[in-house]
Design a protein around this ligand. Structure first.
Ligand code: ADP
Ligand code: MG
Length: 524
């Protein structure tokens, strides 16, 4: 890029590197919008219970088969900057509410498509941004208005969990059975202040059919005892959780010993051995019979503890350490001298089980405040998809309980929001009104896509859904092989209001951000 040279200078002033590429104006917009639409298109066919799966193969040949929007977008090697922004939408959606990633991406893609048409008819980007913002607010109000009345009892929560899992590959275990496990898990950790989401964990283990998936009241760790000779099962365990090395104390300064005789060396070694023996004694003296250490356990301490029948695990990750603390009620100890009775936790049982080459430690308590959905499946692919499904289901149950309740699913709430936007658009001035209309059309794409993916004619379906929503409530209900346009509330198909709200907000934000861009300067 060249600018006019100031007086006295010769030749053009180079502002950008020789290799950078610049695209401006409509070209920039088209380039961005096309990329954004492509990303939305990639996940469109996975939406809903009859959505298809995608097989993703990475550069090294690893295969992931999934129906999960964010997994697809994350695994795709997206390079285009605008497309990356849409992937970001899906990721935010996943982080914030854990579900609705496909919905958010599809909506963003169609907001972009709408914007493209508007730009084509000379509507200024500012008017589009303004119209989209006004439409978004109307849509959000409509979602809030659609909140289903009544208490969020376990039946409702199971329905929410089930809705989030339909269409996901869950092997040979029914969505009902999984929904039941998820609701039990959430109820177990729920407190008056809400649900501590991180206390519901998922652990996967291949080697059994997915029907063996179960809820563990407590935590499951990839951990083996530090010594073979340690017990593999301790009942009514007193649990010490140690968050420091369990070994000889490290000297503060670098002290160099000058050893001048064999006697001196022996004395030094003896002193250290004694210290380690004392340490093992001190551990036993606390009354602990199971020790979880986040760092290293010295070999001779481990040997001494093994002799005394103490079960010890080392090198726990921070999240595993946290989970053991939650499950047992132990407090983190850093100095063995300070440990008192009240620092120890309790477990009804700590047991080590072998699964082929893997060993897992189970820390169980009937009243544990950290629980684990123990996902089983025949292959890595099955357990991985099951893990995502259980994670999503937990997220939506938590979003429903801790957020703003639930709304009718199966495309119903999107249709209600689209209608509200159509109605409200009339009162928006100028060309922004056209943008609001386009926004409503983009919302329509969601029920339309659900219908298309379920094998219905999308236009006919939309027309009859509209008619039915005049007098009642209707969505594209899929139940096994049958598809009907009926009331999602009666059928028990719900989504958390938060999931829809987040999808609308994130999609609008990404689309308007992309529309505003009219200049792309890219370094090679
Ligand atoms: P997302 O990534 O957006 O969550 P999904 O593929 O999970 O995409 O599809 C979610 C949509 O499927 C939601 O609108 C939800 O209401 C709908 N849905 C869930 N269960 C059913 C069902 N049994 N019949 C029709 N629609 C359903
Ligand atoms: Mg979903």
């Amino acid at each position: 890029m060249a600018a006019t040279a100031p007086r006295g200078a010769t030749g053009p002033v180079l502002v950008l590197g020789e290799d950078s590429r610049r695209t401006s104006g409509r070209d920039a917009q088209t380039w961005n919008i096309t990329a954004g639409k492509a990303v939305a298109e990639a996940v469109r066919t996975t939406l809903g219970p009859r959505g298809m799966d995608k097989m993703l193969v990475d550069a090294s040949g690893n295969v992931v088969v999934t129906n999960d929007g964010v997994s697809i977008l994350e695994e795709m090697d997206v390079e285009h900057p605008a497309a990356t922004m849409l992937v970001e939408v899906a990721r935010t959606q996943e982080d914030e509410v854990g579900d609705g990633t496909t919905t958010a991406a599809v909506l963003a893609g169609h907001l972009l498509a709408g914007a493209e048409d508007l730009l084509e008819s000379d509507v200024h980007p500012t008017a589009i941004v303004e119209g989209y913002a006004a439409a978004r607010d109307i849509a959000l109000d409509a979602v809030a208005d659609a909140t289903v009345d009544g208490e969020l009892d376990d039946d409702r929560l199971r329905a929410v969990a089930r809705s989030s899992m339909t269409g996901k590959g869950t092997g040979d275990v029914s969505a009902d059975a999984l929904a039941d496990l998820v609701v039990r898990a959430v109820r177990q950790v729920q407190t008056e202040d809400g649900v501590p989401r991180e206390d519901v964990r998922v652990h996967t283990q291949t080697g059994a059919s997915s029907g063996a998936t179960d809820l563990v009241d407590g935590v499951v760790l990839d951990a083996e005892p530090v010594r073979e000779s340690m017990p593999r099962r301790v009942e009514e365990a007193s649990v010490l959780v140690f968050d420091a090395n369990l070994g000889a104390r490290e000297t503060e300064a670098d002290v160099a010993y000058e050893v001048t005789s064999v006697d001196q060396l022996t004395a030094a070694v003896d002193a250290q051995t004694a210290e380690l023996r004392d340490l093992a004694d001190a551990v036993v003296a606390t009354g602990a019979d199971v020790v979880f250490c986040s760092k290293d356990v010295d070999d001779s301490v481990a040997a001494a503890l093994a002799k005394r029948g103490v079960l010890v695990f080392d090198s726990l990750s921070a999240s595993d350490t946290r989970a053991v603390v939650s499950a047992t009620g132990a407090s983190l100890a850093r100095d063995i001298a300070d440990v008192t009775d009240t620092d120890l936790g309790h477990a009804d049982a700590v047991r080590v089980e072998s699964y082929g080459d893997d060993a897992l430690a189970f820390v169980e308590n009937a009243d544990a405040t950290a629980v684990t959905l123990f996902a089983r499946g025949g292959t890595e692919h099955v357990v991985a998809e099951l893990e995502r499904a259980l994670g999503d289901a937990t997220d939506v149950v938590v979003a429903a309980l801790d957020g703003d309740g639930i709304v009718p699913g199966a495309g119903c709430v999107e249709l209600l929001a689209a209608d509200a936007v159509h109605d409200g658009a009339a009162s928006i001035d100028g060309r922004a009104q056209l943008a609001a209309e386009a926004f409503a059309d983009a919302l329509d794409v969601l029920p339309r896509t659900l219908a298309a993916n379920a094998g219905l004619d999308p236009i006919d379906a939309l027309v009859s859904l509209r008619a039915k929503n005049e007098t009642g409530r209707a969505g594209v209900l899929v139940d096994g092989e049958t598809v009907e346009l009926a009331d999602p509330v009666e059928a028990g198909v719900f989504d958390p209001a938060d999931v829809k709200r987040e999808a609308i907000e994130a999609a609008t934000e990404a689309a308007t951000m992309i529309v505003r861009i009219d200049d792309i300067i890219a370094a090679e």
